[in-house]
Design a binder for this molecule. Structure first.
Ligand code: MN
Ligand code: MN
Length: 460
């Protein structure tokens, strides 16, 4: 009976029971580099910049239309500093399709409004409009730092990073003390923190003179000293407050990584590392780092933008291949995180189908809910292809479902890739506390995400 059970049942195993010492060491090495990336890439622009730096070190050059491309050529295309496409040209024609891995490098955060700065009762604040899906209560009483750019009328673009370096001041949104919160605590969560209440404390020293708005004036003169900007320049700025926590190992056994923005930079980093490992792949390998996924993949830097089609059409034209021929033969891993089963909140997941920490990269056949609405739903054949690929490449992986049938659901770039007639499947790292200011992943799963993309790129 035991024999029969072993041959017929499918029983997933903890990843740590399936790897040896070599792989344990590889996981640690990989995690160190990933944590460094995560500490330095806290906004999409910073992720793109960091990735270009890494790419140049690995022999990539900026794509110039009309340039000669041959097997092994490594190119990248920077889309307005906010999204990035990279490719390693393969031995086979693009008419036989490309292997694409697409992640996103934007994360939930608090964007500053275009007129953000105001003074109230001799304290200065910045107004925000949150970006992406957040639970607002998580974003108050935590240290925040400011990132982004201010584009001046002169055409100059000023980079802003404030609060990242040790010793630099940070910012915060305040909350009521419990002693005075009896009424507040009777409210429902959305009632407690309306969007308009997420205002960031930025200073309190009045300008040493008489008149009104002296604190606001003092703050503006500090900003003017550091960045040469005036209040009007906020109109053409993209500034955001993000959590100021450092990325760190979590647990006595250091098996987890805690930090901001792991959705989806954990997969972005996995793709980059996998791409940089390549010599000359069979099929052209493409890595996408998209922006705007958290708000529906909209905009010129999101995955619905034709910037991707333009880049791919350029590569195809150099071989005299029609883009649509390339797309219909291509394979895409939409590398985005899934939720890890959380024993503290078992009620929202269906345990048999939920992804678990340390069980490897999670494959989501579909990501929608309530009748699978809004999902790409990869075909059985495509899932079978991944099973074969991952088992041959010793990738530890698991099936994942984003919450119970009537609970969850979530969007990724998968449906926008599938719309282009590209066979697409969602695969990514399971995350605890997804979209929180401090998200948690298991090191083993981060590493297995990299390995999954790598074997896909290397497939014959
Ligand atoms: Mn995501
Ligand atoms: Mn997300």
């Amino acid at each position: 009976m035991d024999e029969l059970r072993d041959s017929l049942f499918f029983a997933p195993k903890n990843g740590y029971d399936r790897i040896g010492t070599d792989e344990r060491l590889a996981i640690e090495d990989y995690s160190r580099d990933y944590m460094d990336f995560l500490n330095n890439a806290r906004m999409e622009r910073e992720a793109v910049k960091y990735a270009i730096g890494m790419a140049i070190e690995h022999g990539f050059v900026e794509y110039v239309p009309g340039m000669e491309l041959k097997p092994g050529t490594k190119v990248y295309k920077n889309n307005r500093g906010k999204s990035l496409m990279l490719a390693v040209i393969g031995k086979k024609s693009l008419g036989e399709g490309a292997v694409i891995a697409g992640a996103h490098v934007d994360s939930p955060r608090l964007d500053l409004k275009q007129m953000p700065l105001y003074e109230s009762d001799e304290m200065a604040f910045l107004k925000t409009h949150y970006y992406g899906g957040i639970k607002k209560y998580q974003w108050v009483t935590i240290p925040l730092e400011l990132h982004g750019v201010v584009a001046l009328k002169s055409g100059e673009v000023v980079d802003v990073v404030l609060g990242r370096e040790s010793g630099e001041p940070k910012f915060v949104i305040t909350d009521l003390l419990p002693h005075l919160a009896q009424d507040q605590m009777k409210k429902t969560m959305p009632e407690v923190f309306p969007g308009e209440s997420l205002n960031i404390l930025i200073g309190s020293t009045p300008y040493a003179d008489e008149g009104k708005d002296r604190v606001k004036l003092a703050i503006l003169s500090l900003l003017n000293d550091s960045y040469g900007i005036t209040e009007e320049d906020f109109l053409s700025a993209e500034l955001a407050a993000v959590p100021a926590f450092d990325v760190t190992e979590i647990g006595l056994d250091r098996s987890f990584i805690g930090g901001y923005g792991q959705d989806d930079r954990v997969c972005a980093f996995a793709e980059l590392r996998a791409l940089f490992d390549l010599d000359v792949p069979e099929r052209t390998a493409v890595c996408l780092l998209a922006d705007k996924e958290e708000i529906g993949s909209e905009g010129v830097s999101g995955m619905q933008s034709e910037c991707f089609d333009t880049f791919m059409a350029d590569l195809c034209e150099s071989e005299g291949v029609a883009l649509r021929r390339c797309f219909e033969k291509s394979f895409c891993i939409s590398a985005d995180v899934c939720n890890a089963y959380d024993p503290l909140y078992p009620e929202v997941s269906e345990k048999m189908n939920a992804a678990r920490a340390n069980y490897g990269v999670g494959i989501c056949k579909f990501t929608g809910s309530r009748g699978k609405s809004g999902t790409s739903d990869a075909s059985a054949e495509l899932v079978a292809y991944c099973r074969k690929l991952f088992s041959e490449g010793n990738v530890i992986w698991q099936m994942a479902e984003l919450g119970k049938v009537d609970q969850g659901g979530g969007g990724t770039i998968a449906k926008f890739m599938a719309k282009r007639n590209i066979d697409t499947i969602d695969a990514g790292t399971p995350v605890l506390s997804m979209h929180a200011p401090f998200e948690v992943t298991a090191k083993l799963d981060c590493y297995m995400t990299y390995k999954a993309v790598k074997v896909a790129y290397e497939a014959k």
